[in-house]
Design a protein around this ligand. Structure first.
Ligand code: SR1
Length: 319
């Protein structure tokens, strides 16, 4: 329920927020965008969306353009620190509010938003540990440089130290417009080279889908289990398919995270205080729970996992 009047600029429909993305393909990024667009519509904001399509120089150019166009606020969605920080500095110097999702903005003047990636990794790893009794040869999927994956990697590194029975025997991973199929090829090769592997830690849903495909194609479903991150309707289909090796995922609702990013940017446009570091906590979703609740799509998830919705993170008082 609104507790305040809509600020004039929003009522008139004159607010432009630039959303500058590094990546746009894949379930996670599509759902995130849908949430951001829905929130922008609800707030009467024009969302100007650009994507670097995995080209960091293109993302940096898009960001410079958003600054040059004097956007009312800018949301930077992923990116590599060295390519986006110079333009973020220009934005904050020009008093343009910046919300940085899953990327280090390099300045405390920007609001940061993340999904608590350490918790994402530790939730998925808690199931891996339970299933394996803390003793397993593991294939690990990771690409350095992406802030959320780097944070999940910190937790994996500590987990290995704390659990000497867990051994990483191969590292795989690629991020591009066909991540899942590339990771499937890599996972297949790793599983063939290491027949004693019983678990794949793949903390990004495109990695987990690729790992699952590899296990299925090799017919190893009874031996090798996959522990992942993120969730989408397509992921739920993969998780709950007969004999699926994908056992657990730790996830937020990506559409909800997109909505939070737009709310934070809108609040800053209206001159409101926003916490400097926003977090949307993840929820552990197991294959068993999805089956028990008969969940087949993301719309049904919130009923069984109400913590996936976070209206209290960056609430807008006039909405
Ligand atoms: C390439 S980075 C992919 C991750 O970004 C978001 O944090 C999602 O959770 C996804 O796993």
């Amino acid at each position: 329920r609104p507790t305040e009047q809509v600020p004039e600029k929003f009522a008139k429909g004159g607010v432009h927020i630039a959303l500058v993305r590094q990546l746009s393909s894949g379930d996670y990024f599509e759902q995130w965008l849908a949430g951001a667009q829905a929130e922008a519509k609800a707030l009467n904001v024009t969302l100007d969306v650009s994507s670097g399509d995995d080209n960091n120089d293109k993302q940096a150019l898009n960001l410079q353009q958003a600054v040059g166009n004097k956007a009312d606020a800018i949301i930077v969605d992923h990116g590599f620190a060295q390519t986006i920080q110079p333009a973020i500095k220009k934005a904050v110097d020009a008093n343009i509010p910046v919300v940085a999702f899953d990327v280090d903005p390099g300045t405390p003047q920007a609001v940061t938003l993340d999904q608590d990636d350490h918790q994402i990794a530790s939730q998925a790893l808690s199931v891996l540990k339970q299933d394996t009794g803390g003793k397993a040869k593991v294939v690990y999927a990771y690409v350095a440089g992406f802030a959320p994956l780097d944070r999940r990697n910190e937790t994996w590194t500590q987990f290995k130290k704390d659990n000497p029975g867990i051994a990483q025997v191969a590292k795989i991973g690629v991020v591009n417009s066909s991540t899942a199929s590339a990771v499937a090829d890599q996972a297949k090769a790793a599983l063939q080279a290491h027949p004693d592997v019983t678990a794949i830690f793949a903390p990004y849903d495109e990695f987990a889908k690729g790992a699952t495909l590899a296990v299925n194609e090799l017919g190893l479903q009874n031996k090798v289990k996959v522990y992942g991150a993120d969730v989408s309707t397509a992921d739920i289909g993969v998780l709950t398919a007969a004999k699926s090796p994908w056992t657990a995922t730790s996830a937020t609702d990506p559409a909800n995270v997109g909505r939070v990013a737009v709310r934070a940017a809108a609040l800053r446009v209206a001159g409101r205080q926003v916490a400097t570091a926003l977090k949307v906590p993840p929820t552990l979703i197991t294959q068993q729970a999805l089956r028990d609740h008969g969940i087949t799509n993301v719309q049904q998830l919130a009923g069984a996992f109400p913590a996936l919705e976070t209206p209290d993170v960056a609430p807008v008082p006039w909405k």
